[in-house]
Design a protein around this ligand. Structure first.
Ligand SMILES: [Mn+2]
Length: 361
C-alpha cells in the first residue's frame, strides 16, 4: 500500500514524470499546503500512471515561518525533505507536460498567469471568479476549509482516509474553523460532518489538537520583522502600483517592542520586492478580537492620501503612538488601530484596487 510518506518521496524523486501539478495559493498557509498534498495523494492513488506532484508555492526557506504547518505536518508524519518547494523545481519545464490543479484559490497567482491554459482542476472555497469553466473537477464552495473539500473527495471517490491524511486534514479544518465554533462565523455544516469522520482517526482529542495548532499559529517567538512580513503575504499589481499586504498575528505594540526600527524593516522589504505600497494587517485577541494596520508608502503625501481614502471607506483608523519608533530614511510609515474589524485582507484588496483605479496618473 502506498502510504502518504512513500507517495511524497516517490513523487519528489520522479518530479519529471508528474502528470499533474497541484498548487495552493501564494500565501501558502496550512490550508493551501495541506490541500495540495492530500489532493495530490488522492489523484495518484486513483491514477498511479500519471502521478500528481504537490508544489509548495513558497521558497523552502520560508516554510519554517508557517509554524502551524510545521507542527501539523510533523503530526502527520510528513518528512519535510520529501516536499517540493517553488525554488526547487523548473516549473516551466514541469508544466510543459503536466496539467495544473488549483486548490484553495481559483485565480492564478501573479507570475503564474502563463499557465492559464494548463488548469485542469479546481477545489476551492474563495469567491468564484468564473475562470477556467472547463476545469474538471471544478468544485468551488463556501466552506470553512478547503481541506474539507479534499476530505470529501476521498469519501466520494471511495478512497480510504488513512490516519496520516486524517491528521493532516483535520488539524487544518480545526484551525480554519476556529475549532468548529459557530460563533467565529467560519464553520459550515459540511465542515462539521467531515471533521466528525476524521476526528476518530486522530490521536489527539478535538480540543487538544485545536489548542496545539492554534498555539503554534500564534507563536512569533524569534521572528524578525522580515519574517513576520513574509509569514502570510500576498501581492497585487493595481494599475501602476505594486502592492503587498502582509497578515500578522500580533498587536503592533508587541511588534514594536520586538523591533525598535519598524520603518527601516518595512522599507527594506519594500525595496527587495520592488513595491510602491506595503500594508501589514495585524489581527489578534486582546482579549476580544482586535485589528491594527501599518501603512508604508514611498512619501508622506501618498500615505496621507491613502489614509484619507480608507477613513472615507469607514476603516475607523486611530493612530497608535509606539514608543521608540520613528520614521525611517526612506518612505513614510503610519501605525493605526483599525476600529472596523470587518475589513480583512480579502476586503482590503478590492478597496485598494478601486483607489488606484481612481487615482491613475
Ligand atoms: Mn483556505
Amino acid at each position: 500500500m502506498n502510504t502518504l510518506q512513500t507517495y511524497l518521496s516517490s513523487a519528489k524523486s520522479k518530479t519529471a514524470d508528474a502528470g499533474l501539478v497541484v498548487m495552493g495559493n501564494e500565501a501558502a498557509d496550512l490550508d493551501s499546503m495541506a490541500s495540495s498534498i492530500a489532493y495530490g495523494y488522492l489523484c495518484t492513488l486513483q491514477n498511479p500512471d500519471t502521478p500528481a506532484l504537490p508544489v509548495m508555492p513558497i521558497p523552502r526557506a520560508d516554510f519554517h515561518l508557517r509554524t502551524e504547518a510545521v507542527f501539523v505536518f510533523k503530526e502527520a508524519g510528513i518528512n519535510l525533505d520529501d516536499l517540493v518547494f517553488l525554488d526547487e523545481v523548473d516549473l516551466d519545464g514541469l508544466m510543459s507536460g503536466a496539467g495544473l490543479v488549483l486548490v484553495d484559490h481559483n485565480v492564478l497567482a501573479p507570475g503564474l498567469e502563463k499557465f492559464s491554459n494548463k488548469v485542469v482542476g479546481i477545489l476551492d472555497h474563495h469567491n468564484d471568479e468564473g475562470l477556467f469553466p472547463e476545469a474538471d473537477p471544478r468544485i468551488i464552495q463556501s466552506i470553512g476549509s478547503c481541506t474539507s473539500l479534499v476530505a470529501r473527495e476521498f469519501i466520494a471517490r471511495g478512497i480510504t482516509l488513512s490516519r496520516e491524511v486524517a491528521i493532516l486534514l483535520c488539524g487544518t479544518i480545526l484551525l480554519d474553523t476556529v475549532n468548529l465554533d459557530d460563533k467565529a462565523g467560519r464553520v459550515t455544516d459540511a465542515d462539521k460532518e467531515i471533521a466528525a469522520k476524521l476526528l476518530p482517526l486522530c490521536p489527539l482529542s478535538q480540543q487538544e489538537y485545536f489548542d496545539k495548532v492554534q498555539l503554534e499559529k500564534f507563536n512569533v517567538q524569534g521572528l524578525s520583522t522580515n519574517d513576520l512580513l513574509r509569514k502570510d503575504y500576498k501581492e497585487w499589481t493595481l494599475g501602476q502600483i505594486q502592492c503587498g499586504i502582509a497578515s500578522a498575528l500580533l498587536p503592533l505594540k508587541e511588534w514594536a517592542q520586538m523591533d525598535g526600527a519598524l520603518a527601516a524593516g518595512f522599507a527594506a522589504f519594500t525595496k527587495d520586492r520592488g513595491l510602491n505600497l506595503l500594508l501589514s494587517m495585524n489581527a489578534y485577541t486582546d482579549p476580544g478580537f482586535n485589528r491594527d494596520l501599518v501603512i508604508f508608502c514611498q512619501t508622506e503625501e501618498e500615505h496621507d492620501k491613502l489614509l484619507g481614502y480608507l477613513q472615507e471607506k469607514g476603516l475607523d483608523l486611530k493612530p497608535i503612538e509606539l514608543a521608540g519608533q520613528k520614521q525611517g530614511e526612506t518612505g513614510f510609515v503610519g501605525f493605526f488601530n483599525q476600529g472596523n474589524l470587518g475589513i480583512s485582507r480579502k476586503k482590503m484588496q478590492p478597496l485598494l484596487a478601486a483607489f488606484f483605479e481612481e487615482n491613475k496618473s
